[in-house]
Design a protein around this ligand. Structure first.
Ligand SMILES: Cc1cc2nc3c(=O)[nH]c(=O)nc-3n(C[C@H](O)[C@H](O)[C@H](O)COP(=O)(O)OP(=O)(O)OC[C@H]3O[C@@H](n4cnc5c(N)ncnc54)[C@H](O)[C@@H]3O)c2cc1C
Ligand code: FES
Ligand code: FES
Length: 507
């Protein structure tokens, strides 16, 4: 495998398939600026920046190196914290952290700095001041246990080229020196271009780029395990010590990356990441976009895929209820190239059991445009706004015809061993007037009788059931035009702060 680590071209074919980028940096390269906190993608101490060429442009995104196989970064520019000040001058993100007193013990600091440096890159050097929400989004996967978040958020907001924060440190000069954007580094770009033309497969980590190569890889390695972003799978390695002999990485298979609107449906490829779907849905599907911003952290959303979420079959995953509310079809692909479609309602067969045969994988999801045009909402209830798994998740869709509810979907996560619909509650609302409150109350009673959630560390059964009932009421109120407050996205938006609500709830 070949990749660029900071400013060095690396060629290393000695790694086990599941050897993480974090271990590689610390154990093989002595780059100990990158820290290990949790080894499960939760704390962000291991954050790295990774550059890739997209349509000729070099773009950078963050990831959790503790759950990223090193070999998945073949052909990329891997940036660790050591690179940021290699010229002897602190990066604007580092300068801003110093000026805002954003670090105490310092354990979390390299991760925060790289998340902020990624934001600096994405904002093209922060010519304009950046808002609090953008900073909170960038650091949504970083935890700090001693400094507190205010100084760190201040640092992010002061990363403006030539800002006071920078001048304070660079006292000897009025104009702090310009730090070149990594994305404008022609030498890195040229090296990445030359790496792009090479195949990167090693004997234990295969990275097909089209379906033909994927079929060949599967044929030669029938016992290999599929990996996309690895944000579920790699936890089996880091938390349960399961070794993977051979991994087939589906994240670069072009056909699985499709994301397009056809005549009747929206097709989402299995290897589309949350961040990609977030960008796509921003203006087209704001409700979907709002839910995506509540999933995990920026680092996880940059890697985690829709296919991985559905295939992993966790009853608390966030995408299956959404797909269930839209009656989505899943396209399954067999090793011999044949395909079949399964409706999401039939896909899950029990706890962590799906219809996927051993020689099948998920290729894509089809969501009807007609259904996407109907009233829909998604409510995720979790203890923290960011980087937290749902206690309860409700995805609703209502079709309204002449003031009558005709097609009702109430799909839940966290309420059973699989994602599940409240069928009796749906029936209680169907063919009723949109504002029939008695029907709503009957639906809520029906839900109480048909769902028996369990208690666990996230929530008690009673809390889950009460919450599910309240969420149906909330959806019904919104359907009827009431403005019900929903904290979607980041709890610490400027508007919330100026309204006088306290606190940053993301850690
Ligand atoms: C800190 C953290 C926070 C998280 N927060 C959330 C959250 O808020 N909500 C949520 O829903 N999830 C969350 N997750 C779980 C995870 O990020 C998602 O489920 C993610 O979508 C998994 O996608 P992936 O590409 O990383 O899958 P991987 O880990 O690569 O794969 C997961 C499973 O799916 C299989 N697989 C992958 N692609 C395919 C395919 N195309 N066909 C068949 N099988 C396939 C793999 O073999 C593996 O068994 C979180 C995870 C972490 C670590
Ligand atoms: S070490 Fe905590 S997210 Fe990687
Ligand atoms: S500075 Fe100590 S954990 Fe953040």
């Amino acid at each position: 495998m070949k990749f660029i680590l900071n400013d060095e071209l690396i060629d290393d074919n000695t790694l086990p398939s599941d050897f993480t980028a974090l271990r590689y940096l610390r154990e093989k390269r002595g780059l100990t600026g990158t820290k290990e906190g949790c080894a499960s993608g939760d704390c962000g101490a291991c954050t790295l920046l990774v550059g890739a060429l997209e349509d000729g442009e070099l773009t950078y995104s963050t990831l959790n190196s503790c759950i990223t196989p090193m070999q998945s970064l073949t052909g990329k520019h891997v940036v660790s914290v050591e690179y940021l000040s290699k010229t002897g001058e602190l990066h604007p993100a580092q300068q801003a952290m110093v000026a805002s007193h954003g670090s105490q013990c310092g354990f979390c600091t390299p991760g925060f700095v790289l998340s902020l440096a990624g934001l600096y890159e994405n904002k093209q050097g922060c010519e304009q001041p950046i808002d609090r929400e953008a900073v909170c989004d960038a650091i949504s996967g970083n935890l700090c246990r001693c400094t507190g978040y205010r100084p760190i958020i201040d640092a992010g907001m002061s990363m403006v080229k030539g800002s006071m924060a920078r001048k304070e440190i660079m006292k000897e000069s009025d104009e702090p020196p310009y730090v070149e954007l990594m994305s404008k580094n022609d030498s890195i770009k040229t090296q990445l271009e030359s790496l792009q033309t090479e195949r990167h497969d090693s004997s234990n980590y295969l990275q097909p780029t089209d379906l033909e190569q994927l079929a060949y890889a599967l044929k030669l390695n029938p016992a290999a395990v599929l990996i996309a972003g690895g944000t579920d799978l790699m936890l089996e390695n880091t938390q349960r010590y399961r070794d993977f002999e051979t991994l087939i990485d589906v994240s670069r298979v072009a056909e699985l990356k499709h994301l397009h609107t056809g005549e009747a449906s929206l097709t989402i490829g299995a290897s589309v990441t949350y961040s990609e779907l977030e960008n796509f849905s921003k203006t087209l599907y704001p409700q979907i976009n709002a839910l995506l911003s509540r999933i995990a952290s920026r680092q996880i959303r940059n890697r985690g895929t829709i296919g991985g979420n559905v295939a992993n079959a966790s009853p608390i995953a966030d995408l299956p209820p959404l797909l269930l509310a839209f009656d989505a079809d899943i396209q399954l692909l067999k090793n011999d190239g044949s395909t079949r479609a399964v409706n999401i309602a039939d896909f899950y067969q029990g706890y962590k059991q799906t219809q996927l045969a051993k020689d099948e994988m998920i290729a894509s999801f089809d969501v009807s445009l007609d259904k996407l045009a109907q009233f829909h909402r998604f409510y995720k209830v979790s203890k923290r706004m960011e980087d937290d798994i749902s206690s309860v998740m409700l995805a609703v869709r209502f079709d309204v015809d002449n003031g009558i509810l005709s097609d009702v979907r109430l799909a839940f996560g966290g309420m059973a061993a699989t994602p599940i619909r409240g069928l009796k509650a749906e029936a209680a609302l169907t063919d009723k007037l949109i504002n029939d409150e008695q029907a709503l109350n009957q639906a809520i009673e029906a839900l109480r009788s048909e769902l028996t959630p369990m208690s666990d560390m996230r929530a008690s059964a009673k809390y889950r059931l009460d919450m599910a009932c309240n969420l149906i009421r909330k959806a019904w109120l919104e359907l009827n035009g009431s403005d019900v407050v929903t904290f979607s996205g980041h709890a610490v938006s400027d508007s919330i702060l100026s309204a006088g609500l306290e606190g940053c709830t993301h850690a």
